[in-house]
Design a protein around this ligand. Structure first.
Ligand SMILES: Cc1cc2nc3c(=O)[nH]c(=O)nc-3n(C[C@H](O)[C@H](O)[C@H](O)COP(=O)(O)OP(=O)(O)OC[C@H]3O[C@@H](n4cnc5c(N)ncnc54)[C@H](O)[C@@H]3O)c2cc1C
Ligand SMILES: *[C@@H]1O[C@H](CO)[C@@H](O)[C@H](O)[C@H]1NC(C)=O
Length: 407
């Protein structure tokens, strides 16, 4: 972890700066909150890029998160700025433009970024997962062609597994890829694709063989390929700073050279990607919970009822303590899973799924409780807490888990 972290070069303006671990501006408090310090137990390098990520979240994302949500803006330029800090390919090899960091480092970064905007960070986590899949399962030609512009976020990626008739039962997917000389002809449709329509590289799981997981391959389809089109933009409860669309493939001709790995390996590639994806999505929930606990604490100290600040109420103090405990336990299991995946331990896939299951549920409860502590104000869009609640709700729905945890 240390060696990898050293490769991560911080731009001059960030080196040695003392940065806030809390939230600043209209939403965030400028002082470091030792109670919840997400930096405890980290090494110096990790603390340094964690600060960079918190600072980026506070300065470049948090001031815009409400507007991106309201106007459904996909903040391409902001993400490119984040990519300059190495956040476009965090766990991708440095020779391809990646930051070469570990899974734990990645989790720390996504947790910090999502305090500034969960939805944007969650899309970035899917993008990172796709770049890692190409780096890991692609041949040298594919890696060098696709990864550098994705790491810099000059181009954006989408992960295409789900179909209208195939959600939890992902191995039942029916999008077909029929071999025709040096090409595949793809037919079918993908549902709920994050970034769909606005991204450039589609990592498509499709059927080249018989039924079941072993008949699935993974093929890269580039935007602009004839036969590739998109459904209408979905209207969503949260995650509004990133578009979600169906991806439609109609006699879409793609070179065989765009296949990642061998025929039949696609499902395994998709699942390997999701191991890290689950840690990343869970990390985004941690950031939302962190931000929400601080917001609730600040609100309780300002809001007076029954002649004194609500913060003096012992019931609410105890509730806040339970929320902070929920956040910290969730963070522990997520970091434990990240370490297990980094070490490629035998239980890594299961622990990643457990971490995602636990953290996304626990953090949703924390954010929802924080909203409750705001009373009626929590239900108003003038207050940020409702957006964290809306944005992380979907983390309990997507990227699966239960079936990977059943003992
Ligand atoms: C905003 C958003 C973005 C998304 N982004 C992407 C993306 O980028 N790429 C992608 O490929 N997919 C994406 N998805 C799809 C997501 O992964 C699926 O929605 C998810 O896998 C669930 O599938 P489903 O919606 O078909 O639900 P279903 O599979 O129909 O499940 C419905 C309910 O039944 C439960 N259930 C299912 N099977 C069982 C069972 N055997 N036993 C008990 N309960 C069961 C489920 O847990 C769920 O509660 C996204 C979804 C959303 C909402
Ligand atoms: C793709 O689907 C279209 C329309 O359903 C069909 O005409 C065509 O033959 C299919 N192509 C292949 C290669 O299966």
């Amino acid at each position: 972890v240390l060696r990898a972290a050293q490769k991560f070069k911080l731009p001059a303006q960030f080196r040695g700066r003392t940065l806030c671990y809390g939230l600043i501006g209209p939403i965030f408090c400028p002082r470091c909150r030792s109670l919840l310090a997400a930096s405890i137990g980290l090494n110096e390098e990790q603390k340094e890029f964690q600060k960079v990520a918190f600072d980026f979240a506070a300065n470049e994302m948090a001031p815009h998160m409400a507007e991106w949500d309201e106007k459904e803006i996909f903040p391409v330029e902001t993400m490119r700025k984040a990519a300059q800090l190495g956040f476009g390919g965090i766990y991708v090899h440095p020779d391809l433009g990646g930051a070469g960091l570990s899974r734990l480092d990645t989790s720390i970064i996504f947790e910090a970024l999502s305090t500034g905007c969960v939805s944007t960070t969650a899309y970035m986590s899917i993008h990172n997962m796709c770049v890692w899949m190409i780096d890991t399962f692609g041949n040298d030609e594919q890696r060098h062609e696709f990864c550098p512009p994705l790491c810099s976020m000059d181009r954006f990626a989408s992960y295409c597994l789900t179909e209208p008739g195939s959600g939890s039962d992902a191995a039942s997917l029916t999008t077909s890829a029929k071999r025709d000389g040096d090409n595949y002809i793809l037919n079918g449709s993908k549902a709920f694709i994050s970034g769909g329509g606005e991204t450039d590289v589609y990592v498509v799981m499709c059927r080249t063989g018989g039924s079941g997981a072993r008949g699935i391959s993974c093929i890269l389809v580039e935007k602009g390929t004839p036969g590739l089109s998109f459904g209408k933009k979905e209207r969503k409860v949260g995650w509004n700073s990133q578009p979600t669309r169906a991806v439609i493939l109609e006699d879409c001709v793609v070179p065989v050279a765009n296949r990642l790995g061998a025929e039949g390996q696609g499902f395994g590639i998709a699942m390997r990607g999701l191991n890290g994806g689950r840690i990343n999505i869970a990390s985004c929930s941690l950031g939302a919970a962190h931000a929400s606990v601080l917001l609730a604490r600040d609100h309780l100290s300002v809001r007076k009822q029954f002649g004194e600040p609500l913060a003096n109420n012992q019931y609410l103090q105890f509730r806040l303590a339970e929320m902070a405990t929920g956040l910290v336990t969730a963070r522990l299991i997520v970091r434990h899973a990240a370490q297990a995946l980094q070490e490629d331990r035998g239980d890594a896939a299961t622990v990643c799924a457990m971490a995602k299951l636990y953290a996304t549920e626990e953090c949703f409860k924390v954010c929802n409780e924080a909203l409750q502590m705001h009373g009626g104000y929590g239900y108003l869009k003038d207050y940020a807490v409702q957006q964290y609640v809306r944005d992380i709700r979907v983390h309990q729905i997507l990227e699966g888990v239960q079936s990977s945890v059943i003992p």
